[in-house]
Design a protein around this ligand. Structure first.
Ligand code: NAP
Length: 244
């Protein structure tokens, strides 16, 4: 299946590393003009070195005011990937208000904010658009020490559905991908221990974790006109984990 994004403008958050970086690069390769948003300038410098057409945007998405100001200059966007996310593992009884706020600020509040800015432009132009939120299997399954992370991704799934409901009449589709473990920096933090990894793997029918490209392929499908009648879904990219 060939997908072209020629003539489209895309914005990818958390594009400095991992899934977001690979998504930005692939979108650019498929013809989109890509704005890459992240908070570490060195990551943006190396990204632009890798792909000169990418527009680097350096901002901490946890900062509402700075995000609002920065996104004003990005221009019209047709495709949005809300990928930036963070985790901070703690036993439930030890979670602090600071950890709670940090994760909700990036994983949920920033998604709502960036989507508001971008979707207002889509609505005003009347050209429709597609938004993909990067959620997780952790939105629907409990994992030890993941109380706040699981709660943010559960909230994100419901935000995806409400956005689909309210933005649908403007021909803006909103979906999420919900990956299993991917061995990015974030994945390694939680799942590097062989015992822990094996326990989870034994519950994945396909018997492996996801590769970054598995997730990118699903994001591109949901962004593309190949999924024109699909909105409000949470698409597992989990080798069957959530089916069992
Ligand atoms: P990653 O390798 O840690 O990359 C995350 C990217 O987001 C980094 O570039 C990071 O920048 C950026 N970011 C984080 N907080 C930010 C902020 N406040 N403002 C701007 N940028 C920010 O993570 P990943 O594994 O690719 O994860 C991407 C998404 O997939 C996340 O939403 C995650 O929850 C989800 N996911 C991951 C897995 C997994 O196993 N890896 C599984 C399911 C879902 P800095 O490095 O500068 O902080």
């Amino acid at each position: 299946m060939d997908v072209s994004f020629a003539g489209k403008r895309a914005l990818v958050t958390g594009a400095g590393k991992g899934i977001g970086r690979a998504t930005a690069l692939r979108l650019a390769r498929c013809g989109a003009k890509v704005a890459a948003v992240t908070r570490t300038q060195a990551d943006l410098d190396s990204l632009v070195q890798q792909c000169a057409s990418i527009i680097p945007v350096c901002v901490d998405l946890a900062d509402w005011g700075a995000t609002e100001a920065t996104l004003q200059d990005v221009g019209p966007i047709d495709l949005l990937v809300n990928n930036a996310g963070c985790s901070d593992l703690q036993p439930f009884l030890d979670v602090t208000p600071e950890q709670f706020d940090k994760l909700f600020n990036v994983n949920v509040k920033a998604v709502m904010h960036v989507s508001q800015v971008v979707a207002r432009g889509m609505k005003a132009r009347g050209s429709g658009g597609s938004i993909v939120n990067v959620s997780s299997q952790a939105s629907q399954c409990a994992f030890r020490d993941h109380a706040v992370y699981c709660a943010t991704k559960g909230a994100l799934d419901m935000l995806t559905k409400v956005m689909a409901l309210e933005l649908g009449p403007h021909q803006i589709r909103v979906n999420s991908v919900n990956p299993t473990v991917v061995m990015t920096e974030m994945g390694r933090l939680a799942w590097s221990s062989p015992d822990r990894a094996q326990t989870l793997l034994s519950r994945v029918p396909l018997g492996r974790f996801a590769e970054v490209d598995d997730v990118v392929n699903s994001i591109l499908f949901l962004l593309s006109d190949k999924s024109n009648m699909t909105t409000g879904v949470t698409l597992p990219v989990d080798g069957g984990f959530l089916a069992c």
